[in-house]
Design a protein around this ligand. Structure first.
Ligand SMILES: Cc1ncc(COP(=O)(O)O)c(C=O)c1O
Length: 487
């Protein structure tokens, strides 16, 4: 027998192997939670052989870019399960679905109505296709600054005020599981012949229970893109796109899918999508019912611990846990959970951590999280940490978030190709930004390339810096320098 190979310099694999050996508890993506669900439901042999099934377009394996055989049949089955009219497998994540959707519905110079907190993949599509976004402001939770999403009235007003725009794109649900009345918006937009694209990256599982918010397809969206890998058990990067109604030119959409997807689409991704969809169909509802019951009990117990705040999304598989009343920021909480309790959350921000629970999570995962929080709060000596004189005391700084959309001077594409120069952030007011400024929370771009840098934004960033909040987008992590566009 050949001896197992030991690599000295196996950077990625050694680290991943450690994570596997540590049996890290996962409240993050991907939804299969380190594959436990495959073993539990009897898919282990199929998954074990995936590396042997990593193949290409040969006789009998069909072709994702013009499917006529097994891929066509698999997509047809997915279409029926998700009650769509046409379903496409995506092997480059929802990123490529979002890009194909935008590029196929907008021609260069067109405008698109879109929520300000849209994903970067949409903005990249604007750069590629010279599309001009008209942003709709989202609302955020006053307590934790997490994203709630748009409200219906703002979207309807935006539609009324932009009669020249023919495409509306919205993120639904938000990363934090918050939703809005998408049905009302779709009905209104359709009266104006607008195509509605929904980035449902975080909602592939919504059809599994009536206790979850209604899916975007159910509410009438024309193109829906779902990251199966985020909330269902498929491999990272495997997503799907659904189309319904007669507003979308499917041939044109397929033309763009060919452009944005690899010419060697991964059969491992496609196989993993098919497995996830099979699990969804055969076991999904039962597993989701158990998960929601477990989450209910977990939330009740967690909320009883003094000083702990739990914010359950409308989609209750998303839980935001905050220890801010105890003066513990989310970044530190994430590290405590990981390094002292072997639990990894999806993300942290200044005020707390986000848990993504999927049908791949067991009750024991939630129990471990509960034990960890009990232990952390015990170590903290809560009675001394909480200010008893005021129940609503906010130990961590309450910030004055400027929920604004600055004036746009040039398009995302023009900004991308413009010459830029570095200046001190405090001296950049009135200039055109060459960079994104995205504070966490809430993770929405306060200023994007091509927009004017305002006094309010600069003041806020300096405040963020003082309290150690993360701000992404700026190349200078010390938050002193920003790139502006040379006029
Ligand atoms: C709202 C939203 N849309 C789209 C995407 C892109 O999805 P994917 O990772 O499947 O490409 C993400 C990824 O984080 C996201 O959060």
């Amino acid at each position: 027998m050949t001896k197992a190979v030991k690599y000295e310099k196996n950077y990625i694999n050694n680290k991943l192997q450690n994570i596997v050996n540590d049996d890290l508890v996962s409240f993050h993506m991907p939804g299969h939670k380190k594959g436990k669900i495959y073993d539990k439901l009897g898919y282990e042999n199929l998954v074990k052989n995936l590396y042997k099934m990593d193949i290409t377009e040969i006789i009998e394996t069909d072709n994702l870019h013009s499917p006529e055989g097994i891929i066509k049949d698999s997509q047809e089955r997915a279409k029926q399960i998700f009650k769509s009219e046409k379903t496409y497998y995506l092997v480059n994540g929802s990123t490529c679905g979002i890009q194909a959707a935008i590029l196929s519905t907008c021609v260069p110079g067109d405008k698109i109505l879109i929520n300000r907190d849209c994903h970067q993949s949409a903005i990249n599509a604007f750069i590629l296709g010279d599309v001009n976004p008209v942003y709709i402001k989202g609302s955020i939770c006053e307590d934790t600054y997490t994203i709630n999403g748009v409200n219906e009235k703002d979207v309807i007003d935006a539609i009324d005020n932009n009669s020249d725009v023919k495409v509306l794109m919205l993120t639904y649900p938000s990363y934090y599981g918050m939703v809005f009345d998408l049905e009302k918006i779709c009905t209104y937009a359709h009266k104006k012949d607008m195509v509605v694209i929904v980035d449902e990256a975080h909602g592939a599982h919504l059809g599994l229970s009536e206790a979850l918010p209604k899916s975007a397809l159910e509410q009438g969206a024309d193109i829906v893109i779902q990251s199966v890998h985020k909330t269902l058990p498929s491999f990272t990067q495997s997503s799907i796109m659904h189309v319904q109604g007669n507003l979308v030119d499917k041939k044109n959409l397929e033309r763009f899918l060919k452009i944005v997807q690899s010419s060697s689409p991964s059969y491992v991704m496609m196989s993993s999508l098919e497995i996830a969809i099979d699990i969804y169909d055969r076991f999904g509802q039962e597993l989701m019912k158990d998960l929601l019951t477990n989450i209910d009990n977990f939330e009740k117990e967690l909320s009883q611990i003094k000083g702990i705040k739990v914010l359950k999304g409308h989609d209750s598989t998303k839980l935001f846990v905050s220890l801010k009343d105890l003066g513990i920021n989310g970044y530190d909480l994430e590290e405590m959970l990981r390094y002292k309790h072997n639990i990894q959350v999806e993300l942290s921000n200044y005020y707390g951590v986000l848990l993504i629970c999927t049908i791949g999570n067991e009750k024991e995962d939630l129990d471990k999280f509960l034990d960890a929080i009990k232990s952390i709060s015990k170590d903290l000596d809560i009675d001394n940490n909480l200010d008893k004189s005021d129940d609503n005391v906010t130990k961590l700084m309450k910030l004055n978030y400027p929920n604004l959309i600055p004036e746009k001077i040039i398009s995302p594409r023009q900004a991308f190709y413009s010459n830029k120069k570095e200046v001190l952030l405090k001296e950049s007011i009135g200039q055109i930004s060459g960079e994104y400024i995205i504070p966490y929370p809430p993770g929405i771009s306060l200023t994007s390339p091509g927009e004017i840098i305002t006094q309010e934004v600069v003041d806020y960033i300096l405040e963020c810096k003082k309290y150690g909040m993360h701000v992404s987008g700026l190349k200078d992590s010390s938050l002193e320098i920003i790139e502006i566009i040379e006029r």
